[in-house]
Design a protein around this ligand. Structure first.
Ligand code: HEC
Length: 240
């Protein structure tokens, strides 16, 4: 009897540990993707300034953008970024934001030039590339979109992402804004996968809206998207 009791205890302990680990990974994923979106929002919020031909220095130094990222993060979750947990990933992300902005200074501060092609999605891709390099083997982040909406091949969804996008996110009965996550093997490694849907807002449609196939300000073809439609997704992989 005593033996069985101990056995049951061990079983319960290990089960609760398992569910704790999954909850933890979900929380980490929500945190890192929120930080990533907070950074991208700095670029969207300052798009008009970035495109302003009448201004030279835009005041969007690496330091300023990191600071605004942390402010956006605070507004999103109602507390400061906690650097004591998942420090590696948070440092890697902020460092990536900083490097991308340092490299973009000449471009965004060029006087007498309006549209410079420095867009939220481009910034997001550059940050994602640096972040995934810094976290090599541990974490990867990516801004992707439904397969038929992808403009830059580098942003194409992989099989797992495409499957979630098509079978869940594009299903009209799927709860709006709800991330989807599961443990799933990737290239022979154990991976926790998390993906967050994003929708077209009014500010997106000038480039991603109708009429489909007509050219936007960047010279790209518009997707024919409509307000509130699924336009993209942020995907995070944690190898574990
Ligand atoms: C000024 C035009 C413009 C606006 C406004 C714009 N986008 Fe984009 N978007 C682009 C371009 C150009 C790309 C391709 C970027 C690249 O080459 O990496 C892109 C890429 C993307 C991607 C990555 C997948 C892909 O197609 O390569 C997503 C997701 C996306 N946009 C969503 C949005 C959303 C959501 C909004 C509004 C909040 C928005 N965009 C606003 C022009 C725009």
């Amino acid at each position: 009897m005593g033996f069985l009791k101990i056995y049951a205890c061990i079983l319960i302990l290990s089960l609760s540990h398992l569910s704790y680990a999954e909850t933890d990974l979900y929380a980490v994923s929500a945190d890192i993707t929120t930080l990533y979106r907070s950074a991208r929002a700095v670029i969207s919020d300052n798009q008009a300034l970035i495109n302003d031909a009448s201004k030279g220095d835009k005041g969007l130094s690496a330091e300023a953008v990191v600071e605004k990222t942390l402010e956006n993060y605070r507004k999103a979750v109602n507390h400061d970024l906690d650097m004591t947990t998942n420090t590696d990933a948070k440092e890697a992300l902020l460092q990536s934001v900083s490097e991308v902005m340092e490299e973009a200074q000449d471009l965004i501060n060029e006087p007498d030039k309006g549209f410079k092609g420095f867009l939220p999605a481009i910034f997001a891709r550059q940050v994602a590339t640096k972040f995934s390099q810094k976290m090599e083997g541990k974490m990867q982040i990516k801004l992707t979109a439904p397969k038929d909406y992808v403009r830059n091949r580098a942003n194409r969804p992989d099989k797992w992402e495409s499957n979630v996008i098509e079978s869940m996110f594009r299903d009209t009965s799927y709860e709006k804004g709800k991330p989807y996550a599961e443990q799933s093997a990737l290239k022979g490694k154990n991976a926790y996968r998390y993906i967050l849907p994003e929708y077209y807002g009014p500010s997106c449609l000038g480039c991603h809206g109708e009429p489909k196939g007509s050219l936007d300000i960047t010279g790209g073809k518009k997707e024919g998207g409509v307000l509130g439609e699924l336009g993209g997704a942020i995907s995070l992989i944690i190898f574990n």
